[in-house]
Write a protein that binds this ligand. Structure first.
Ligand code: AMP
Length: 132
């Protein structure tokens, strides 16, 4: 049974896509802590990041770094927090969370956004990504 993130990769369910290359995909978290909360995933389905080979781990981090810089360029925030949890979805994902206070880094603190706002944010970050 493919993970929900594999279904996104395969185009079986939609996402608010931010960036993509041959190996990785970045899209907005559907239940964000803050505006611009983004997930970066490898296109191969592995649950635990510690099971990823070293080279792919490094590449995922470099991809995530580029996405994080793109977020910082267009979202008003003090920092972009980088977090790997994976208790909910068994498919490696790096959370990139724009933060102004520790409250924004708290996964029990959620915001709700309209579909048009998600689209607007994804487009902003994406345009920044492809300009970096
Ligand atoms: P965790 O596995 O605990 O790191 O959290 C999984 C994250 O995936 C949560 O922040 C969810 O809001 C997010 N998520 C789950 N399903 C989707 C989806 N279809 N599109 C975007 N984000 C999702």
């Amino acid at each position: 049974m493919p993970t929900i993130f594999s279904k996104i990769i395969n185009g079986d369910i939609p996402c608010y896509k931010v960036a993509e290359d041959d190996n990785f995909l970045a899209f907005l978290d559907i239940n964000p802590n803050s505006i611009g909360h983004t997930l970066c995933i490898p296109k191969i389905e592995i649950d635990d990041i510690l099971d990823l080979d070293k080279e792919s781990f490094e590449k995922l981090m470099l991809f995530s770094r580029k996405v994080a810089i793109s977020i910082k360029n267009v979202i008003n925030c003090k920092k972009v927090a980088i977090s790997i949890i994976g208790l909910e979805v068994p498919h490696i994902h790096v959370h990139l969370i724009p933060i102004n206070t520790m409250k924004d880094a708290n996964f029990s603190n959620k915001i709700s956004l309209s579909s048009s706002k998600f689209t607007e944010i994804a487009t902003l970050i994406s345009n920044s990504f492809y300009c970096v």
